[in-house]
Design a protein around this ligand. Structure first.
Ligand code: MF3
Ligand code: CO
Ligand code: CO
Length: 254
């Protein structure tokens, strides 16, 4: 898992300089695809089964009001956009999964606040977990923070973090809003899982595009941002396995 997660972070650092105004999301996807194959590894998203169709590209790119599972294509990033790039690699059968939201050129205050809020939610959740803690520690930390600091923002509950290993998505569920299940299940040393909060600028409601079966948008057209890491619970606390060399680190201000 450490090797897979480190490789996945290297892919993020590789594409980072290309994420600029004018690039199409399809071109970013091709860079991800080619870099991954050139290193002998596999993009987990490509062909991943969905309710209607398998996912058609090698990563997810979700712009502005797209919450998650955006399909890369012709769209060219513009100044003022926020774009989440979500990468998952399979290395020797093991999965590493992470995402970052990128500010494209100058971005208005609200979109920047939503992005900062999602970033801070990821790190405060990581800082909140300890060996043996309830999984609901994560949702309670995130919801407590957002309700206090950004009462107009919504924490998405429909899409969640997950256990990860030889499967892309496996138990346990890691919700960002506590549930009955997450109040009964715990995180023990040796478990690998993702934390990947999605924060909406308005309502937490989601709608999935009926024609492509994947693209998830806000229902009110407000922007949404997300950050994700793959985390290992050790005997002494959480270890972030998908740390990048050149991305935003804990405490970063956008
Ligand atoms: N990477 C997403 C996650 O964090 C899942 C994407 S599934 C795909 O769990 F099929 F859309 F790629
Ligand atoms: Co992901
Ligand atoms: Co994930």
């Amino acid at each position: 898992m450490r090797v897979a997660s480190k490789f996945n972070a290297q892919v993020m650092d590789y594409v980072r300089p290309y994420i600029q105004p004018g690039i199409s999301t399809g071109k970013i996807d091709r860079f991800v695809h080619e870099f991954t194959l050139d290193h002998g590894h596999t993009p987990a998203c490509l062909g991943y089964p969905g309710d209607k169709f398998p996912f058609p590209k090698s990563c997810c790119i979700s712009v502005n009001d797209v919450i998650c599972h955006g399909i890369p294509g012709e769209y060219e990033l513009q100044p003022g956009d926020i774009a989440n790039v979500d990468l998952t690699s399979i290395v020797n059968g093991w999965h590493g999964d992470q995402s970052e939201t990128f500010l494209i050129g100058d971005v208005e205050t609200n979109a920047k606040d939503v992005t900062q809020c999602a970033f801070d939610c990821l790190y405060l959740a990581i800082e909140a977990v300890q060996p043996g803690c309830l999984i609901s520690t994560i949702g309670d930390a995130i919801v407590g923070y957002v309700q206090q600091e950004f009462p107009d923002f919504g924490v998405v509950d429909k899409y969640i973090g997950h256990g990860i290993g030889q499967k892309f998505h496996q138990p346990p569920n890691i919700p960002h809003v506590a549930t009955r299940q997450s109040r009964q299940e715990r995180l023990y040393p040796g478990m690998c899982f993702t934390i990947e909060p999605m924060i909406n600028g308005g309502s937490s409601k989601t709608m999935c595009d009926k024609s492509d079966g994947w693209t998830v948008r806000t229902t009110d057209g407000e922007v949404s941002a997300q950050f994700e890491h793959t985390v290992l619970m050790t005997e002494t606390g959480p270890e972030i396995m998908t740390l990048t060399q050149t991305g935003p680190q804990a405490g970063f201000r956008f």
